[in-house]
Write a protein that binds this ligand. Structure first.
Ligand code: ADP
Ligand code: ADP
Ligand code: ZN
Ligand code: ZN
Length: 812
């Protein structure tokens, strides 16, 4: 393939790109090809791919709306680029987690559930109504109007029952919220000693007075009689006299339900909201056994299974079951060899006539097969989409696009191999190529050598990060990259060696009989004082083991477990690395001292802030029908402070200029001279240690990638006296060269006496481990067991597991 075809229709032509750190770069990206963008983190890949190409495509699409609609939309700033030609519609497939809407499941977001509903309305017995009868988001209601019968005939009916499938008990959520008494009552205390833990219920306050008048107030709750206890907790409202005044007495639980738990949590004051969240537990709905569906929806079956049962099946099993309905494999066969025992063959399907629904079954199978192929066959359609990991969410979005009839689209992927074992990466690669072969342009930001290897075209950014990057250091094919002498080229050629010596554990944390999700009675000892890597294909049970049995277990506190994850950092839009790490504190004080003013002036949420954007630097426009958009504040030009504050300087810079410094420049600035601030320098040093030297102090936290957020947290928590550090895929967003720095950092933690446990797929990290715990052999019910524990050398020597085979090939 010629990467520079003469015909201008076949390239995306970028000229003079200067977004963020880009240095006026020019490049031609071949259309309908797979291009991989690589380079150390902070080199400018995202600024080019997302900030320039995808952003301009989106802006151009917005311009195609009518002026009426545009009136409601903010004017997106044009990216800093001289010219961009040959763009097509860009679709971003990122790792943004799916919203926590409890009504959304893997089935609803992929449309697989809608297809199942149609299938049940056509094939299910007894016939109970159209597809809506199986929707857990539609209630059953009674009304008059026009009804449509099963054959499409219309008739006027009075008082008709409109069938939805929603369980009336839990309103289709599958779970009901309940109160967790341990957070509401301290059984060991008496009412006088503050047994009621709910906010506002102080022992001497009027809220507790009624209880003290009715219930013995000087004995611990645990010693009350059954009747007294019932009266305290559950009594129906009744009139009682306190000090000759008539008041209504009501049990604590119904009282709390009315005053706090039945309210929209966001309408409560923060301390009440925190209490409600703490004291609420979700229990599976007993009326529908968690299926979200009402009785009539669940009474309808196909080949003996109702739609709730079918949705709870692992996707790979569901595909097998659908094929079994159809008799012999008439609709094509699964792309994945793994078939599940027991999914088919145990029900008589011979009498079922599926001829009328062939196209529907074929479409559903196509979707399910794509889910299997992309490595999600272990999920079930009833899985709440909010519980999918970032990588799983990204792959789910990808499946939605695989089915799309659109062509000549530019798909933009952000590290699609996240969460994928080397074994799964091969399958992901073939899907990327499939998208390309449908006539689309595929742009992928990726570091993994396995994906770089399949690129038609590679754009290597660098040479360094931040102001030391922003250039294209190589573009061309993969063979050329290996010869190019760039950092990426060098690392591609290099194969990791196993360590000569592994550390000896100083002890262990035993886990016994672990059964969460797919875990099958796992007994395992997590060694202490060493670097342990947990491996296994996606869905094998790594997170279930570590998160449920270590991080969120009772022992977490005793063992000093510190988790460093990629989840969003809570905070306002004004949060940035400076506020989050606390480094702004000493900096504000230094500014105040140098200028003889008070420190508060320099915090972006105080009187010193720009009044227009209130210190956010941006104006956020919420769009009802689209995601919200932020545009720089025109008043302060994004600098966040009032003009008067910007006149105050320290070491020649004002506060906005300091916040605009990358960590690596801020550190020497605060190390010596007029601005010398040792407390700031220490924190900046930690940020540099985790590979974030390129990050600007004031960059909003919500613009950081998951991997960057995790490293900011790691920098923060390194000073904690944690015993056990748990990290989930810390190599996310890291170039091979950055991975080496990360390994040195993890080594330092271990050498300082800590235990480090990482869930990782990166083979360089596996090779560097002292101990490996490999879960598998497959995903979902085919996984959940420890298939290997030992040193990397032993894993490679045995090569008995998928991980072992891949690692053996990697170290060559
Ligand atoms: P990569 O994708 O290669 O990791 P980025 O394009 O994210 O690199 O970052 C390149 C440079 O631009 C870095 O110095 C980064 O700190 C800076 N940068 C990225 N996004 C923003 C932003 N929204 N505001 C300010 N600076 C940014
Ligand atoms: P890994 O971390 O190895 O990718 P997980 O521990 O996330 O694997 O998943 C193991 C199994 O547990 C999978 O079958 C997955 O669908 C299931 N599982 C994980 N989290 C949940 C959850 N919140 N609800 C239901 N099932 C889950
Ligand atoms: Zn229910
Ligand atoms: Zn402003």
């Amino acid at each position: 393939m010629d990467p520079h075809p003469a015909d201008g229709h076949d390239i995306i032509r970028v000229r003079g790109a200067r977004e963020n750190n880009l240095r006026g770069i020019d490049l031609d990206i071949p259309k309908r090809r797979l291009s991989v963008f690589t380079g150390v983190s902070g080199s400018g890949k995202s600024s080019l791919v997302f900030g320039t190409i995808a952003a301009e495509s989106r802006r151009l699409i917005d311009e195609t709306y009518s002026t009426f609609v545009q009136g409601f939309m903010p004017n997106l700033p044009r990216p800093e680029v001289d010219s961009l030609e040959g763009l097509t519609t860009a679709i971003l497939v990122d790792q943004e987690r799916m919203g926590a809407n409890p009504r959304s499941t893997l089935g609803t977001v992929t449309d697989a559930y809608a297809m199942l509903r149609s299938l049940f309305s056509r094939l299910g017995t007894p016939y109970i109504g159209g597809p809506t009868a199986f929707s857990f988001n539609i209630p059953t209601t009674r009304a008059s109007g026009v009804a449509t019968g099963p054959k499409g005939e219309k008739k006027i009916v009075k008082d008709a029952v409109y069938l939805g499938g929603m369980c009336p008990e839990c309103e289709g959520r599958g779970a009901v919220s309940d109160l967790d008494l341990t957070h509401i009552i301290d059984e060991s205390r008496s009412l006088e000693d503050g047994a009621i833990l709910a906010p506002g219920y102080t022992p001497d306050g009027w809220m507790v007075a009624a209880f003290k008048a009715v219930i013995p107030s000087d004995i611990p709750i645990s010693r009350l009689t059954a009747e007294q206890r019932e009266d305290l907790l559950h009594a129906e409202p009744r009139k009682v006299k306190i000090d000759k005044i008539n008041v209504t007495y009501e049990g604590l639980i119904p009282k709390l339900r009315k005053s706090m738990f039945s309210k929209d949590p966001d309408s409560l004051q923060p301390h009440l909201k925190a209490f409600v969240e703490r004291a609420s537990v979700l229990r599976r709905c007993s009326a529908c056994a968690g299926t979200r569906l009402n009785d009539s929806a669940r009474s309808c079956t196909i080949a003996g299974r109702n739609i709730g049962e079918v949705s709870a099946m692992q996707v790979s099993d569901l595909a097998d079951w659908l094929r079994s309905l159809d008799g012999a494999d008439a609709v094509g066969s699964a792309t994945d060899g793994a078939t599940a025992e027991g999914a088919s063959g145990d029900v008589a399907t011979a009498t079922l006539d599926v001829s009328g629904v062939q196209p529907l079954i074929a479409a559903l199978l196509h979707l399910l097969d794509a889910l299997v192929q992309i490595g999600l066959g272990y999920l079930s359609l009833d899985r709440p989409s909010g519980t999918l990991s970032g990588g799983e969410a990204q792959r789910t979005k990808m499946v939605r696009h695989l089915g799309s009839a659109l062509t000549d689209v530019t798909y933009v992927f952000d590290e699609p191999t996240i969460g994928l074992h080397p074994h799964d990466i091969a399958r992901m690669n073939s899907l990327l190529l499939e998208l390309r072969d449908k006539g689309n342009t595929v742009l992928v930001v990726e570091h993994k050598p396995e994906t770089i290897a399949i690129a038609d075209h590679v754009v290597d950014m660098g040479p360094g990060a931040g102001s030391a990057g922003g250039e294209v250091v190589y573009q061309g094919d993969v063979a050329g990259l290996r010869q190019s002498g760039t950092l990426t080229g060098e690392h591609l050629a290099y194969t990791a060696a196993l360590k000569d010596q592994v550390r000896t554990p100083t002890g262990s944390l035993p886990i016994r009989g672990a059964n969460t999700h797919n875990l099958q009675d796992v007994d395992v000892d997590l060694p202490l004082g060493v670097l342990t890597v947990i491996t296994g294909v996606a869905g094998s049970g790594k997170s279930s083991l570590i998160h449920s049995h270590l991080v969120n277990s009772d022992r977490a506190e005793r063992a000093g477990v510190v988790t460093v994850d990629q989840s969003a950092i809570k905070g306002s839009r004004r949060s940035n690395p400076a506020t989050y790490t606390g480094v702004l504190e000493p900096i504000r004080k230094a500014f105040a001292k140098a200028n003889g003013v008070k420190p508060a002036l320099f915090s972006a949420n105080s009187e010193g802030a720009c009044p227009t954007c209130k210190g956010a630097g941006v104006i956020i426009t919420e769009l009802g029908f689209m995601e919200s958009v932020s545009t720089p504040c025109e008043d302060c030009g994004g600098r966040r402070y009032q003009a008067a504050v910007l006149d105050l300087r320290l070491g020649g810079l004002n506060i906005a200029e300091v916040l605009d410094l990358p960590v690596a420049e801020a550190r020497p600035f605060f190390a010596a001279g007029e601005a010398r601030t040792p407390a700031a320098e220490v924190v900046l040093g930690r940020l540099e240690d985790v590979g974030l030297g390129y990050l600007r102090l004031g960059q909003p936290l919500n613009t950081l990638s998951g991997g960057e957020r995790q490293r900011v947290k790691l920098a923060m928590r390194m000073k904690d006296n944690g015993g056990v550090y748990v990290l989930d895929e810390p190599t996310t967003g890291l170039h091979l060269a950055d991975v080496e720095n990360l390994l040195r950092l993890l080594d330092r933690l271990v050498d300082a006496g800590r235990s480090v446990i990482v869930i990782e797929h990166h083979q360089a990290v596996m090779a560097h481990a002292d101990w490996i715990i490999d879960l598998g052999p497959g995903a979902g019910h085919d996984g959940g067991r420890v298939v290997f524990e030992g040193t990397p050398a032993e894993l490679v020597r045995q090569s008995s597991t998928l991980t072992g085979k891949h690692l053996a090939a990697y170290i060559g």
